[in-house]
Ligand binder design. Sequence first.
Ligand code: ZN
Length: 192
Amino acid sequence: MAAGASRTQYNSAVMSILKVARMGHPVLRTKALAIQRAEIKSPAIQRLIDDLIETMVEYHGVGLAAPQVHVGLRVFVGVLDAREGPGEDERETDPLPLINPEITPIGDDIVEDWEGCLSVPDIRGRVPRAREIKVRAFDRKGERIEIRAHDFPARVIQHETDHLDGVLFLDRMRSLESLTFLDEYSRYWIKD
Ligand code: ZN
């Protein structure tokens, strides 16, 4: 619609690629603060969401949380393909912002798979995560949403929500045995 289109255009004109905090920066170990619902539509929060998306895309990430760009607020953006929305078959490819997310695991299934992180560059490791989750959050309009996700998108949501609590994927590894530099990961561990 016209109003939305012109707003998007305006935003894209002022979007910025932000500097990503690397492991060791204290902001990555600090619990982020909830965003008040009334603040969600403010230009500052809308701009933050746009910048998170632009920064994530620039660095080929699949998720980026506000603490990773030195902002201690509970919001992240993620590529959550194949998540199940209210319509069950809903599929999205645009990065979705989630504000004040709260995760509830569904079932006891834990799966271990590879993860990386823009704040821990060129490292991969295997991390156990709940296979299926439910997440309650606000969307960027301040509406309450609830999403069910499994496998990859569920992993992204758990990884990014951890950032809001000062947790890095390394903390979640059962053992450091699979810790791998990206070159060696590509050489020995990518299945094709
Ligand atoms: Zn990360």
